[in-house]
Design a protein around this ligand. Structure first.
Ligand code: ZN
Length: 152
């Protein structure tokens, strides 16, 4: 098995693509463009412009929390979702989409209730869950659907 089959992933800060040997994913890699950590241990915000770099071009599964500021259950889930990011990285990237600020993304994925979690890989939807969950349940649900990391 190759020690360094490269993984393509978009930076959560500048959204440019990075090629990282999969064996180095757990070594806290930095972005080759903006030098910030590729895994910050907390969810990052996506908009219509940055969404596809992560959801389609990247090789890592992308978990997205579709939420809105006026949604009480969404706000209640936010700390648990942040905790889940600390656990699930670098198996997956965790992002958030504010459906009030980005209504076109909510419409594109047919979001009818929030919070809704969708797990993407290469633009394909692997799993979807509507309704708030605590951190442990988010991690458990995601791992049921995550493909295994190469060389992990
Ligand atoms: Zn960057």
């Amino acid at each position: 098995m190759s020690q360094s089959s490269p993984i393509l992933l978009a930076c959560p800060h500048c959204h440019r693509m990075n090629r990282i040997p999969s064996a180095r994913l757990r070594d806290a890699p930095n972005c080759g463009h903006c030098q910030q950590p590729l895994f910050a241990g907390q969810p990052f915000d996506l908009d219509a412009a940055s969404f596809d770099a992560h959801a389609q071009r990247g090789d890592l599964p992308l978990l997205v929390d579709f939420w809105a500021p006026w949604c009480g259950p969404c706000r209640a889930m936010a700390p648990g979702y942040a905790q889940a990011a600390g656990v699930l990285e670098p198996e997956a990237q965790l992002a958030k989409v504010d459906t009030e600020a980005q209504p076109q993304l909510g419409a594109r994925f047919g979001i009818r209730s929030i919070p809704t979690l969708i797990l993407f890989l290469h633009g394909r939807e692997l799993a979807r869950h509507s309704g708030a969950m605590p951190a442990a349940a988010i991690v458990q649900w995601a791992r049921q659907h995550l493909p295994l990391l190469p060389d992990a």
